[in-house]
Design a protein around this ligand. Structure first.
Ligand SMILES: Cc1cc2nc3c(=O)[nH]c(=O)nc-3n(C[C@H](O)[C@H](O)[C@H](O)COP(=O)(O)OP(=O)(O)OC[C@H]3O[C@@H](n4cnc5c(N)ncnc54)[C@H](O)[C@@H]3O)c2cc1C
Length: 544
């Protein structure tokens, strides 16, 4: 059944959850650029894996420098978190600038700020140069703090990071915010999928000699290093040889450092219609407030209306019980009705998505280790649209032998700036896993009583082979069952009732409940089918 009456999303091919983001209203899946699967051996200069903002932007910058690129995507283009973000380009990092200065020092902080300003300018330039109609709108941003006494210190820290030309201004009481707020200028919003599809169409139409893209083509493994890389494709006998390999898949495969240095959170969005005359002429974001909300606006087919997007609430992936998922939407709705009484009562779109927080709030961008030709962009920390654009600049410079000003700050081989040693982080994760695998986390429900379109993970004691099972009951009441263990580090999965996926509490991997397909790493293989119905569904998902 089409979600929101707009389009279908078989096997979560177009987006990583059951709920569509607001962006499909003006850019339905049926209008998305489509590419074929890879079915032959190839040789190229640079392979990029992952067609989100990081992969597509990197492909663009490299092709503009004359580099031959093959872009590979496991599902459809922009089916990852890029298509579910709220399309805001700002110069904040989800953390106070005072804390960033403490953590990274003032010189690095200036570089960080400079790179985020670059991201906003570069996205605007690209949208303009390629004539992409993606609603790019420059707006000021109102940033509110949890503690009023922090305001003057934060404004000083911002000015210190941003330099004398960019003043931040304290605001008195403003609607939809409060007096602990300051304003910065020249942030922006855009329609994420229209922007990225515009780049892909430009590359396909104008640079077919240098650019090719293959979808439904999952990179399974890679071998090699400084002298070239050989890349293996899942389920097919073809492979690719390349000089460079860029992992822009949000969470890179095989890399323990990034997996351990990142934490995985779910966040929630709603989009309500409001009269255009009521729309805020600024973005609102909250730093360290309980809700941590952000608001922005998307265009509506009725020219007198707009969608107000409100984002907020977060919890570690699969670390809450199922009854606590939906209340996140209720909190957002309350906020909307308090501040926008004219909003329609039922949000037209409600969806959730995943953030990958690095433990020093900075992305990892660059060579996986010194001397290698394997590159990564990961650890988006909620500002990953910016990091996709910044990462594209750093990697395209590194790949073409140009020194980049920000490469040391984002160095992907840096030791995570954590008080915890790697092993200790792992121990904490393992303890969490054990805690989350307790018997009382399993569904107590009898499968016969499971409502249609619902899933559950049941205890190994209730199965014949002693493995937990992830069971999904479809709209016709037929069940299919998969092994209830993540295919990455064997965490016991949890049912996510909002997005109808099975999620792993250990490192945030996620799986479609209907096909078992992996929709978020670090897992890189689908769930193991445990009955004929699941085997059939899994086989079909390979054909999608
Ligand atoms: C609620 C929310 C709101 C956000 N809002 C903003 C915002 O306003 N501004 C901002 O700057 N950032 C925002 N972010 C962060 C931002 O959306 C993400 O960080 C960013 O989109 C990640 O882009 P990406 O290209 O790295 O990954 P993705 O967009 O997730 O793309 C990765 C792609 O790799 C593919 N893939 C994975 N494994 C393989 C494989 N083995 N082989 C082939 N392909 C593979 C996936 O299918 C996917 O399509 C938000 C995030 C969330 C969760």
């Amino acid at each position: 059944m089409p979600a929101n009456g707009t389009s279908t999303n078989p096997g979560l091919s177009f987006t990583s959850g059951h709920n569509d983001p607001v962006w499909v209203r003006s850019n339905p899946y049926t209008s998305w650029p489509r590419f074929k699967k890879l079915s032959e051996d190839l040789e190229t200069h640079t392979v990029i894996t992952g067609a989100g903002v990081a992969g597509i932007s990197t492909a663009y910058e490299l092709v503009k420098k004359g580099v031959q690129v093959v872009l590979l995507e496991a599902r459809e283009v922009t089916s990852g978190e890029s298509g579910r973000s709220n399309g805001v380009l700002g110069d904040w990092l989800g953390m106070k600038w005072q804390d960033i200065i403490k953590l990274h020092g003032i010189e690095n902080t200036r570089s960080i700020h400079d790179s985020h300003r670059y991201a906003i300018r570069r996205a605007q330039e690209i949208a303009k140069e390629l004539n992409i109609e993606c609603d790019f709108t420059q707006l000021p941003c109102h940033i509110s703090l949890a503690d009023k006494d922090d305001l003057s210190k934060e404004i000083e820290a911002y000015s210190n990071a941003a330099g004398p030309t960019r003043a931040a201004e304290a605001l008195d009481e403003v609607r939809a915010s409060d007096s602990k707020t300051f304003k910065v200028t020249d942030c922006a919003t855009l329609h994420p999928t229209k922007y990225l599809h515009g780049i892909l169409r430009y590359l396909s139409d104008n640079h077919s000699d240098l650019f090719s893209c293959y979808t439904h083509t999952r990179v399974k493994a890679y071998k090699g290093d400084g002298n070239g890389v050989s890349i293996e494709i899942d389920g097919r006998s073809c492979s690719i040889k390349a000089k460079n390999f860029v992992m822009a898949m949000n969470v890179p495969i095989r890399s323990r450092t990034y997996i351990m240095a990142n934490a995985y959170y779910r966040t929630y969005h709603i989009a309500n219609t409001i009269p255009k005359t009521e729309a805020l002429e600024h973005i609102v974001t909250g730093l360290t407030s309980i809700l941590g909300f952000t608001t922005s606006v998307a265009s509506h087919p009725d020219p007198n209306l707009v969608y107000l997007i409100v984002t907020g609430g977060r919890h570690k992936t699969a670390h809450i019980d199922i009854e606590y998922y939906e209340p996140h939407f209720a909190t957002l709705k309350e906020w909307v009705f308090r501040n926008f009484p004219t909003a329609n009562t039922v949000p037209e779109f409600s969806w959730s998505s995943q953030i990958v927080d690095s433990n020093d709030n900075l992305a990892f961008i660059g060579r996986e280790k010194p001397g290698t030709n394997i590159f990564v962009i990961t650890g988006d920390s909620g500002t990953g649209f910016n990091y996709g654009v910044i990462g594209a600049k750093i990697l395209s410079d590194q790949i073409t032998g140009v020194k980049n000003t920000w490469e040391n700050v984002y160095d992907a081989s840096r030791k995570p700036k954590s008080k915890l040693l790697d092993q200790e982080i792992e121990k904490v994760h393992l303890e969490e896993l054990i805690a989350k695998s307790r018997e009382d986390r399993y569904a107590a429900i009898d499968i016969e009583e499971l409502p249609p379109c619902t899933g559950a993970v049941i205890s190994k004691d209730r199965t014949q082979h002693g493995m937990p099972l992830a069971i999904y009951k479809d709209e016709e009441g037929k069940t299919r069952q998969f092994t209830g263990l993540c295919t990455h580090a064997y965490g016991v999965l949890m049912w996510n009732p909002t997005e109808k996926t099975f999620d792993c509490p250990l490192h945030g991997s996620r799986f479609d409940s209907r096909t078992g397909r992996c929709v978020f790493g670090p897992a890189n293989a689908g769930l193991k089918p445990d009955d004929d119905a699941a085997r059939e569904a899994a086989a079909l998902s390979v054909e999608i």
